[in-house]
Design a protein around this ligand. Sequence first.
Ligand code: PHE
Length: 361
Amino acid sequence: MNEISELRKKYLNLIDSAETDSELEDVRISALGKKGEITSKMRELGSMSMEQRQVKGPIFNSLKDEINDLIKDQKDNIEESCLKLRMESEWLDLSRSPRLSDEGSLHPVSQVTEEVIAIFASMGFTVADGPQIESDYYNFDALNIPPEHPARQEFDTFYVAGDERSGSPLNVLRTHTSPVQIRHMERVKGPCKIIAPGRVFRSDYDQTHTPMFHQVEGLAIDKDISMANLKWVLEEFCRAFFEVETVELRFRSSHFPFTEPSAEVDIRCSWIDNQLKIGEGESWMEILGSGMVHPKVLEAVGLGLDKYQGFAFGVGIDRIAMLKYGIPDLRSFFDSDLRWLKHFGFSDNDFPAMHSGLSKF
Ligand code: PHE
């Protein structure tokens, strides 16, 4: 009997001090495994007399059951303390302020392009696109600028060498977004209202010129579109874009080979202490070129002259970005200076949704 209570004490202790599942399993095997101490005790029952067996059998059995129960309880304890330990080591302080991450910002050109699209979208214009490497034909000829035309010299064009062997013609980096007009009219051959924002290239570099810059082209074609429509669209655009109640535009008679009549448009503004204000003051800032689509252009795209007419305009995106956000030097747009980008960049929350337009409409 002594022997049994010794065994019981031994295993009670061992079970109690087991701290992991595998330690507990070792204890179980040494007590109740095939060669375990309690198992071999049970085996001894076989060689005992009937009387002995009747006395010892229940004792051994209850020891076996007790050890099994204790192992199960200890297993639960271990599980619980493991969980507690994990919760202590893996806790998160949700009240702490988040670590500041390096956030990028939207370039003013992206921001302004989206703003322009949103405003024109709310006036029913859709967005069209065209290639940046353009043929001579689309960049010049179809726009009524034949090879000997002096306007060709006015554009400081970048030429892209053609491949002599394959006989591919000389291409240009498009000097304006106007070729998109041609491509679009050729496609739809009828009424349309589009804008075409994108990159353009001219060999020029100073405070207000960079070899690559951005324009947005506008084109509206229908049976009775007039200069009055052009004026209204541009005024509405400027009011919404510059977020001012009154804008004053000055239409200055001008010349573009692809429009007739043509007008350059200035906006009233003031420059005081290097601060630019739109809508008031004594200065005028040129922001775009425009006019009624030239009959020769309509002819080049195969639009019935007697049927259709329309207006076109080209706005400098970078220029109106400078005006709206007070950015003094165009060259800084393309320096990739992180301090500049942080200062003049936008968060994506400021991004106007194309479908909703701006609040003014
Ligand atoms: N393409 C002209 C430019 O780049 C602008 C313009 C577009 C003028 C459409 C008239 C009509 O200067």
